[in-house]
Design a protein around this ligand. Structure first.
Ligand SMILES: Cc1cc2nc3c(=O)[nH]c(=O)nc-3n(C[C@H](O)[C@H](O)[C@H](O)COP(=O)(O)OP(=O)(O)OC[C@H]3O[C@@H](n4cnc5c(N)ncnc54)[C@H](O)[C@@H]3O)c2cc1C
Ligand code: FES
Length: 244
């Protein structure tokens, strides 16, 4: 278990997806849910999952049981197109950023990446041991909405860290997390001078097929499964239900 309600599973299969993509993960007799690739391409396939509903709780309650996977599906974080990337993750948005770090490792310097990670409280922080390593290898900043008696780090929502990274506003920003966090992250990034075209959002929608057939995941004229889950803010900003 990573936290009281979030767990990581590592499979024997290699990950054939890149950071930003997802697999449809199923538990027989229960159903299927989209789950992000949580490791770099070619590494053991890993998912970190928050137990919120039937599939995610079903997998947690049967840790040695079989699961089904199909994928990878969806598009990728376009990190290769930029000299610098600021990745902002809230809550269970962190696995695709772990995959991003692992995809970049070995291909480019991690100096190209700054990560801002926000968790609700110290006990909600996922990947504690990895974070200790990442802090030594790169600019990885973490904050909690509410601290506790042992917390010596930054306190405040993740958007409060954005003014600190203004110097990178010529590059890209990748944002993933709960809708309200994404909405206010975009506002802070625009205030800090990032261009609308360079802000990318990973949008979560309910999915059935994962391959552009059922129409369950639409965002305006797009399907989150096939055209996304990553979208440019400039392309989607007029969608009335962007931050659902
Ligand atoms: C591309 C993508 C990547 C994702 N990656 C991850 C990941 O790495 N880790 C992770 O933990 N999660 C991830 N998710 C989220 C995950 O797919 C959802 O939480 C999924 O719904 C869990 O399935 P479930 O059957 O356990 O929960 P569900 O039974 O689907 O319930 C999930 C939540 O949605 C609510 N809900 C149920 N039905 C509806 C409905 N019809 N309309 C609105 N709300 C409803 C429930 O009350 C509950 O709060 C990702 C989602 C997407 C789209
Ligand atoms: S989940 Fe079926 S079209 Fe996207």
């Amino acid at each position: 278990m990573e936290t009281a309600d979030t767990y990581t599973i590592v499979l024997t299969e290699r990950n054939m997806g890149y950071a930003g993509q997802f697999y449809m993960v199923s538990k027989e007799g229960i159903g299927e849910a989209p789950i992000s690739v949580g490791s770099g391409y070619g590494n053991p396939l890993m998912f970190s999952i928050k137990a919120v509903g039937s599939v995610t709780k079903g997998i947690m309650n049967d840790p040695y049981g079989e699961i089904g996977i199909r994928g990878p599906y969806g598009n990728v974080w376009p990190w290769k197109s930029y000299e610098h990337v600021v990745a902002i993750a809230g809550g269970i948005g962190i696995p695709p950023i772990k995959a991003l770090i692992e995809d970049m490792q070995g291909h480019t310097s991690l100096d190209k990446l700054t990560v801002l990670y926000g968790a609700r409280s110290p006990s909600d922080i996922v990947y504690r041991s990895e974070i200790e390593t990442w802090k030594e290898e790169m600019d990885f900043r973490i904050t909690v909405d509410k601290g506790d008696e042992n917390w010596r780090g930054h306190v405040g929502v993740v958007t409060t860290l954005v003014p600190e990274i203004k110097e990178y506003n010529h590059g890209a920003a990748f944002v993933i997390g709960p809708p309200v966090m994404m909405k206010f992250s975009v506002k802070s990034l625009l205030d800090a001078g990032f261009a609308e075209d360079n802000i990318y959002l990973s949008l979560e929608r309910r999915m059935e097929c994962g391959i552009g057939v059922c129409g369950h995941c639409n965002i305006g004229r797009w399907y989150a499964c096939e055209d996304g889950p990553i979208f440019k803010y400039s392309d989607t900003k007029e969608e009335p239900e962007l931050f659902l």
